[in-house]
Design a protein. Structure first.
Length: 210
């Protein structure tokens, strides 16, 4: 047998041995990993399962603690609108893309249509009702009225709540702050010219955040 043939044979045999050796090590490692994972799962406390029937949920909405009975699959938006008659957050896309259902959860902006009511327990939920009312409007709401920044009105509560969250975080907001904070809010009627006027007003003077 020529030297070239012997070298080719040796390389081929080495490759096969190496392959099987690597496979064996991998299998043993996998077994160890499964064992470690199994021990970890056994050490973890059992999860509390709820449902599928209705369960009692306590929500802190606009400063009031309220208890309702809903199925675990119910979203915060459905719980607010259907069980608590808090209708400021609007259902438009129902896919967490338009921002009409925007509320604040512990000061953080969230889409109520994409959060389960059971997961909102223990948090402070603020809707448009906590920002202001028609009798006692917040400066943000007054600015929306002054600049005619709404048409059908479905998106307006979400915009107002999002603006309030921005002002809470940035007392003297910049254009970039509003770009980042309102990036998830859409107006299907196209009243962006009016909304732009609102933002300019909010940036020109320090707005009372109360």
């Amino acid at each position: 047998m020529s030297k070239e043939k012997k070298a080719e044979k040796n390389n081929s045999e080495y490759s096969r041995r190496d392959f099987f050796r690597t496979g064996a090590v991998g299998a043993m490692s996998g077994g160890l990993a499964v064992g470690v994972l199994s021990d970890s799962l056994e050490a973890s406390p059992p999860l509390e399962l709820i449902g599928p029937g209705a369960v009692t949920v306590e929500l802190n909405v606009d400063g009031r603690k309220r208890k309702i009975n809903v199925e675990p699959r119910v979203t915060l938006l459905d719980a607010l609108r259907d069980s608590l008659d808090v209708t400021g957050a609007k259902r438009v896309c129902d896919r967490a893309t338009c921002g009409a259902c925007t509320v604040m959860l512990d000061g953080r902006v969230v889409y109520a249509c994409s959060l389960l009511a059971v997961d909102a327990q223990g948090s402070k939920i603020e809707t448009i009702a906590s920002v202001g009312s028609s009798e006692n409007m917040h400066p943000i709401q007054e600015a929306f009225v002054d600049h005619d920044a709404s048409q059908c009105g479905f998106c307006t509560p979400g915009f107002v709540v999002a603006c309030k969250a921005i002002l809470d975080e940035h007392p003297k907001p910049t254009t970039e702050d509003f770009k980042q904070g309102l990036g998830g809010n859409l107006c299907r009627c196209g009243t962006y010219a009016g909304i732009h006027g609102v933002l300019e007003e909010l940036m020109e003077e320090e707005v009372d955040r109360g």
